[in-house]
Design a protein around this ligand. Sequence first.
Ligand code: URA
Length: 233
Amino acid sequence: MRLQKYIARSGLTSRRKAEELILQGRVEVDGQVVKELGTKVGMDNLVKVDGKIIRVEEVKRYIALNKPRGYVTTLDDEFSREIVVDLIKDVEERVYPVGRLDLDTEGLLILTNDGDLTFKLTHPSFEIEKTYIALVNGIPNENELESFRQGLLIEGKMTYPAKVKLLKTHGKNAELEVKIHEGRNRQVRKMCDAINHSVISLKRVQFGPIKLGKLALGEYRYLTKDEIEELKR
Ligand code: URA
């Protein structure tokens, strides 16, 4: 944000007075006196007024994004692929994805700058349930779905019991609703592989209490107060 806004946000003084302080050469950013009013600063900068450090309490942001395919959830990518945080425009705070979604998976991704909440939501012991819609090759029979529910051996380790429902069929393929509360790498894809019905496309539609709803691909919205409270609960 602009330096004068940063100073005003710290509670030290008004924005107009902050402008005067800057013009008077009383403001330093990272050890350098700054006299230009428009200078941009962020949480990574150290701002001093008359030699005293001032701090701004960062507003906590909670965002739901409909991640398109082809975007990675890491913060930079060694192969220069598109990254999800670049879809978040007009948000001053730097927000980070809560957990991961594969490159080819679309759907609900929560982003926030609330590190405590991210830690809890991604920690296996909290067992947040995530719901996916998977279009799979072939039509799984009841036995196969039952083994899905009981747990499957993936890379030498059993998955926890999952919930699965056959929603509909599309010709020779089927649409499944899958609910898991683990976060193993490519877990839904590997579970579907394990019953010999590989995933054609995968979309996350719910994360704990938060639903994807009607967000278009690539679009995002702020979570409501109630949603944030439910998520924390
Ligand atoms: N399971 C997967 O296979 N991929 C995801 O992105 C999330 C869950």
